[in-house]
Design a protein around this ligand. Structure first.
Ligand code: ATP
Length: 340
C-alpha cells in the first residue's frame, strides 16, 4: 500500500540558497508527521510546496494517488483540498464564529449544516453567534481549527501553529489539537523547531538541516538511534564521549559501554544524561547543580571532560563534591570521531 501523502525528491533553490535539497517524505492516512529543524533549514518551503503555494525545481507531490505537483503539472492550492494553518490562527474579528467557519464553504455546504458539524467536532457546538473577542485563547484556536476542517481537507498543514501562545496555553492547545486530529483521522504535517513539541505531536518526525532530510523515524527511534551526532544533540541532551571501539564495546572514561552500531577505532558515543549515575567517590567533581522540580542535573568534571548527568530526584550533591560517575543505560550509538 502506498502512503497517503508522498513528497518525492523535492528540491528548491532561491537565487543561490538551496532551501530544499532532494527531500522525500511519506505520511500514511490519519498519521502525523513533524518537520523539525533549526531556523532556515527549509521546513516552511517544503510545506509551501506541498500546499501548492510554491513551485519546486524538481520533485512530485502526491495525495491519495492524485499527482498535485509533478513535471509540467501544478494543481493550484485552492483545488488541492489541503488545509493550511499558520502561526496566528487569525479569525476575522468582525464576523461571528459561524461566519468565520463558513468562510471557505460553498452555499450548499453551509446549507447542509457543515458549520455546526465542524463546531461540534471541536467541542464548540452552540458558539456560532459569539464574536472572536468573546472567546478565550483556546476557544479561538479551536474555532480556527473548525474553519480549517470545515471544507473537509484531505491533509492539514501547520506552520509553527503554537509558537505565539504562552507556554501554559501552548501545552493545552497542542494536546487538544493533536488529539482531535487523531480522532477525526486527519493526515497532518506540522512544522516546528521545538524538539519537545515535535515528539509530542508526531507519529513520525523528519529532522532537517540545511535543506536536507537527515533522519525520518518515530520519536523514540530518533532519540535512541540518532543518524548523526548533530541529530543526537538537536533532539535532546547528549554527552558525546570519545573512546576506542572494538568488538561491540567502546572503551571510554566512563568504562566500557556496549555498542548498538558496528564501528571500530576512535569514535564518539552518544550518552544520554539520564543514563549516567553519580555516587560518592573520588574520580570526578561536581561543578554545577540545577534543580528543575521534576528532576535535577549535575555537571561533573572528570579529567579534561565535563559530563551532564540527569537524576529523577532533588539534588543531593553540591558544587565541589567529589563523586564517581558510571553508565547505566542501553547499548549506545557511536560515530567516527570526525562525523558531524
Ligand atoms: P524558519 O523556522 O525560520 O521559518 P525554515 O526552516 O522554515 O525556517 P525556510 O523558510 O523554508 O526555512 O527557508 C529556507 C531557506 O530559503 C532560508 O535560507 C531562506 O532565507 C530561504 N528562502 C525562503 N524563502 C525564500 C524566498 N522567497 N526568496 C529567497 N530566499 C528564500
Amino acid at each position: 500500500m502506498s502512503a497517503y501523502l508522498q513528497a518525492m525528491s523535492i528540491s528548491k533553490t532561491f537565487d543561490d540558497v538551496v532551501a530544499v535539497n532532494d527531500v522525500s517524505l511519506m505520511v500514511d492516512e490519519g498519521k502525523s508527521l513533524v518537520l523539525l529543524g533549526p531556523s532556515g533549514c527549509g521546513k516552511t518551503t517544503l510545506l509551501r510546496i506541498i500546499a501548492g503555494l510554491e513551485l519546486p525545481d524538481d520533485g512530485r507531490v502526491v495525495v491519495a494517488r492524485d499527482v498535485l505537483t509533478g513535471p509540467d503539472l501544478h494543481v493550484p492550492p485552492e483545488l488541492r483540498r489541503i488545509g493550511m494553518v499558520f502561526q496566528d490562527w487569525a479569525l476575522f474579528p468582525h464576523m461571528d464564529v459561524a461566519r468565520n467557519v463558513a468562510f471557505g464553504l460553498t452555499k450548499d455546504e453551509v446549507k447542509s449544516g457543515r458549520v455546526d458539524e465542524a463546531l461540534g467536532m471541536v467541542g464548540l457546538a452552540g458558539y456560532g453567534n459569539r464574536y472572536p473577542d468573546e472567546l478565550s485563547g483556546g476557544q479561538a484556536q479551536r474555532v480556527a481549527l473548525a474553519r480549517a476542517l470545515a471544507p473537509r481537507p484531505r491533509v492539514m498543514l501547520f506552520d509553527e501553529p503554537f509558537s505565539n501562545l504562552d507556554s501554559e496555553l501552548r501545552a493545552q492547545v497542542r494536546i487538544e489539537v493533536s488529539t482531535l486530529l487523531r480522532e477525526v483521522g486527519m493526515t497532518s504535517i506540522y512544522v516546528t523547531h521545538d524538539q519537545e513539541e515535535a515528539f509530542l505531536l508526531g507519529d513520525a518526525v523528519a529532522v532537517m538541516r540545511d535543506g536536507r532530510l537527515l533522519q525520518n523515524g518515530t520519536p523514540s527511534e530518533i532519540y535512541s538511534n540518532p543518524a548523526t551526532p548533530w541529530v543526537a544533540t538537536f533532539v535532546g541532551e547528549a554527552n558525546l564521549v570519545v573512546g576506542e571501539a572494538h568488538n561491540g564495546l567502546i572503551a571510554t572514561a566512563l568504562g566500557a559501554l556496549p555498542l548498538s552500531t558496528l564501528v571500530r577505532g576512535t569514535c564518539k558515543a552518544v550518552v544520554r544524561p539520564e543514563h549516567l549515575m553519580v555516587e560518592d567517590g573520588s574520580a570526578g567533581t561536581i561543578t554545577a547543580v540545577d534543580f528543575f522540580g521534576h528532576d535535577s542535573s549535575y555537571r561533573v568534571a572528570v579529567d579534561d571532560a565535563t559530563y551532564l548527568v540527569r537524576v529523577a530526584a532533588a539534588p543531593r550533591f553540591r558544587p565541589g563534591d567529589k563523586v564517581s560517575i558510571s553508565y547505566a543505560g542501553p547499548e549506545v550509538v557511536a560515530f567516527p570521531e570526525t562525523a558531524a
